[in-house]
Design a protein around this ligand. Structure first.
Ligand code: WTA
Length: 636
């Protein structure tokens, strides 16, 4: 048990060294001492970084839900596993003990089995942040179906693309969902998606808003009556260590979203171990992560990580500013939250409001505060640290990705001294390196490089669903033999890492990854658009916002610019989701291009940022005159 909980800097360095020198021995011990297995592994690790092949805990047999739920029943059956805090504070919150969680997940598992879901089937889950979302995910894991959760803010088209990509036979959704003062008609969106997704045979519907909805006979079933009939005990499927656990889509710089595949044992060991250390969780604590379960943060650190540790985890349906800007702080006080994990974009938005919104609440239950999703700027860091953490709670800035499965670089609270804007040191087992453009390792300090990881860790994604070659090309080819994150970083003299942001064409907007190419593809579908280029520019609250340069064809045919802006954004909302809408759209007569026809995004980025003088080397530019024109008409 000893190295499971890291309690001093000295111990951290010792554990870290062990994890690098003898990774197999190290992870073998962590896995052996802290989890329930049906059968142990033959080998801790086999891998090939060039081929992107990773086998962790080879031939071990387990079920992750046995570790999330059953294992805790003897000692913690009556302790609370999940607290559900609804969107509307007037609605009562609900809690589920581990015994109740076992019953709910068992019922759901039995229903899915009775309805024909089989091990290995893909089940798409498109639900709001309600307890049934957790039960559905865990039921899939319990019976060996692969869950693919799609964030409830995605449009019908985005949902359909994801369903089709992984060939889901089943969909779990709800009549609707609440978000601040709005109601989202999820079933209506799902129905629209299914027009283009014939692979879905059955749809299970949770009632949340109780609005009238369309039910397709022979396809759609309300879940509750089935659950009411189901047995509240269940047997967990015996899964292989490398059996797929879930698919989660993340947008890339090109093409369709990437279905990142995570498997069972490695993901379990890593999320549990990181949760324990990065949040300093002790028995009885109440832990709250404000992310949506539709993203990796919710998978790993609302559900799996906390439940694997027998923790109490909060599922929050609402938003930071509804009904007031105090909502977060009110919930912390109400549930006596000890660990709070949120995103810089939320912090920046709340920091703009009157300080009384925070000060009116007692936040002294807090022990640790965390940040995730994008670099946290200095100002937000201090506000969060001073007014929420009261300069008393360590602020852990956690760097990781959908692909890494769990946190890979962050300070361990009460162990690693924090430094604003620095994610700090790598977790045991993680070997970061910075690479320059010539593929040489950067050894010196304070020099920006491409952040790579040299050695596999248990929760590394195993593939992109259905396209292993794309997995190799995206992550293992730029710097052969290494995992390339797509982020830039630098390292200070003590070895702390500071993440500087994406180095590819992914832009992080309000903590959400936005590939520019997929949005451009959508805009280019508009009948009057010839081509377009999207770049990011700094934004006070969102971190980055999207600026689109759009070339119009048939100039005579369109007259109303404002209308066209609206139409383009509507198209984006319909095809991807409102989160991908552009903040600024500038109509241009052409885009700056190199002689080989590549758009010079660097120049567009500068213009969007308002830096209008130094464009660097533009000798390869085919049409320099266009730059002047774009500059002049720039949207401020
Ligand atoms: C960014 C979210 C700086 C980064 C867990 C990464 C961060 C992308 C941080 C992954 C952080 C996440 N500091 N940047 N603490 N955390 N990022 O897949 O660019 O939704 O590559 O996973 O978010 O986003 P994803």
């Amino acid at each position: 048990m000893s190295s499971y909980s890291i309690e001093s800097l000295e111990q951290y360095f010792k554990v870290y060294r062990q994890s690098i020198r003898k990774p197999k021995k190290f992870w073998g011990k962590i896995a052996e001492n802290n989890f329930t297995w049906y059968q142990k592994w033959d080998k801790v690790l086999e891998f090939d970084m060039q081929k992107a092949e990773f086998t962790w805990f080879k031939n071990a047999k387990l079920n992750i839900t046995k570790n999330c739920i059953d294992r805790h029943l003897a000692n913690k059956g009556d302790e609370i596993a999940i607290i559900f805090e609804p969107n509307d504070p007037k609605e009562e919150s609900k809690s589920f003990t581990y015994n109740q969680l076992y019953a709910e997940v068992s019922k759901m598992t039995n229903v899915l089995r009775e309805q024909g879901v089989e091990k290995g089937d893909r089940v798409c889950i498109y639900l709001p942040m309600i307890p049934e979302l957790a039960f559905s995910i865990l039921a899939c894991a319990r019976m060996g179906a692969i869950h693919s959760v799609v964030f409830g803010g995605f449009s019908a088209n985005a949902l359909s693309t994801r369903i089709n990509d992984s060939d889901c036979k089943f969909l779990i959704t709800a009549d609707g969902g609440y978000r601040a003062s709005k109601t989202i008609k999820l079933k209506e969106i799902a129905d629209k998606a299914l027009e283009k997704s014939p692979c879905v045979e059955k749809v299970f519907v949770v009632k949340r808003t109780n609005e009238e909805i369309n039910m397709v006979e022979g396809r759609d079933l309300f879940l509750q009556p089935l659950l009411d009939e189901a047995d509240a005990t269940s047997i967990a499927e015996i899964m292989d260590a490398e059996d797929p656990l879930f698919i989660l889509y993340t947008s890339g710089s090109t093409g369709t979203p990437k279905g990142m595949l995570h498997t069972t044992a490695g993901y379990m060991v890593y999320t549990a171990y990181t949760f324990k250390n990065f949040f300093n969780y002790s028995n009885g604590d109440v832990y709250w992560c404000t992310a949506d379960i539709g993203w990796i943060t919710g998978h790993s650190y609302i559900l799996y990580g906390p439940l694997l540790n027998g923790a109490t985890t909060v599922i929050f349906e609402g938003t930071p500013s509804y009904p007031t800007h105090s909502r977060f702080w009110e919930v912390i006080e109400k549930h006596q939250v000890n660990q709070f994990y949120t995103a810089p974009t939320a912090i920046r938005a709340l920091a703009k409001e009157k300080i009384e919104f925070v000060q009116d609440y007692r936040l002294d239950s807090l022990k640790v505060i965390g940040s995730v999703g994008e670099p946290i700027n200095e100002e937000a860091w201090h506000w969060y640290n001073d007014h929420v953490g009261n300069k008393r709670c360590p602020l852990v800035d956690t760097w990781w990705q959908t692909e890494t499965g769990g946190i890979v670089i962050a300070a361990i609270p009460f162990v690693t001294p924090t430094k604003p804007t620095y994610a700090s040191l790598p977790f045991p087992g993680i070997q970061p390196v910075l690479m320059d453009e010539l593929r040489n390792e950067i050894e010196v300090n304070q020099k920006m490089g491409n952040l790579c990881i040299e050695f596999p860790w248990p929760a590394i994604a195993r593939t992109i669903w259905g396209d292993h070659q794309r997995y190799i090309d995206t992550y293992f080819t730029t710097f052969p033999g290494k995992y390339f994150s797509g982020d830039g970083a630098l390292r200070d003299e003590v070895g702390y890492y500071r993440i500087t942001g994406r180095v590819d064409d992914v832009i992080i907007v309000s903590g959400h990854n936005m590939g520019t190419a997929p949005i451009e593809d959508v805009i280019n579908e508009h009948q009057y658009v010839a081509e377009s280029a999207i770049v990011g520019y700094p934004h006070d609250i969102k971190g980055n916002a999207l600026y689109g340069f759009v070339v119009i064809k048939d100039a005579g045919l369109w007259r109303d610019k404002n209308n066209l802006v609206k139409e383009i954004n509507q198209l984006i909302a319909d095809q991807i989701g409102p989160i991908a809408k552009l903040d600024k759209i500038q109509f241009v007569n052409g885009l700056p291009k190199t002689r080989s026809g590549k758009i010079m995004r660097r120049i567009l980025r500068k213009i969007a940022e308002g830096e209008l003088t130094d464009f660097g080397d533009i000798s390869t530019l085919l049409n320099p005159e266009i730059v002047e024109e774009i500059k002049e008409n720039r949207i401020k």
